[in-house]
Design a protein around this ligand. Structure first.
Ligand code: HEC
Length: 120
């Protein structure tokens, strides 16, 4: 009898402990999205969009009339999901600045989740 109680206690302890390991060693959805945002198998989104919550100047240049022009990237934390997917899955021509990416749907969802939940 005592052994059975002990075994049950041990099992209970193991289950609690296992839960602990799962909570601590698996990264959260937010962290996964953040990681992909900075390292999406290609140039990181942060390189042009910074944190993603405001328009950023990517470059300044002079045009043929010698006027100074700026090239901006838009804020991307309030883009409708359909558009977000579209931008990241459309093959890009050389005239566009946004690079082509080869992200899976789940990866795109993770980046979107991250941007929607940006910590201040
Ligand atoms: C080389 C710079 C650059 C990088 C890197 C980049 N972007 Fe962009 N992005 C732009 C520019 C510039 C635009 C504006 C449209 C255009 O010129 O293609 C844009 C547009 C967008 C848009 C559309 C926003 C709108 O309202 O139209 C989304 C969404 C977006 N980027 C998400 C991302 C994500 C997510 C990543 C990383 C996987 C990324 N971008 C990487 C430069 C970049």
């Amino acid at each position: 009898m005592r052994i059975v109680v002990f075994a049950i206690l041990l099992l209970f302890y193991n289950v609690c402990f296992a839960k602990d390991i799962i909570n601590n060693s698996f990264i959260t959805d937010y962290e996964y999205g953040a990681m992909l945002y900075e390292n999406p198998r290609g140039i990181g989104c942060n390189k042009c969009h910074d944190r993603g919550d405001k328009s950023v100047i990517i470059a300044k240049y002079k045009n043929k009339k010698n006027e100074t022009k700026t090239l901006n990237s838009p804020a991307i934390n309030n883009v409708p999901f359909e558009k977000f997917v579209d931008v990241l899955t459309t093959k890009r021509g050389s005239s566009n600045i946004m690079p082509s990416y080869f992200l899976t749907n789940d990866e795109i969802k993770s980046i979107y989740f991250y941007l929607k939940n940006l910590k201040k």
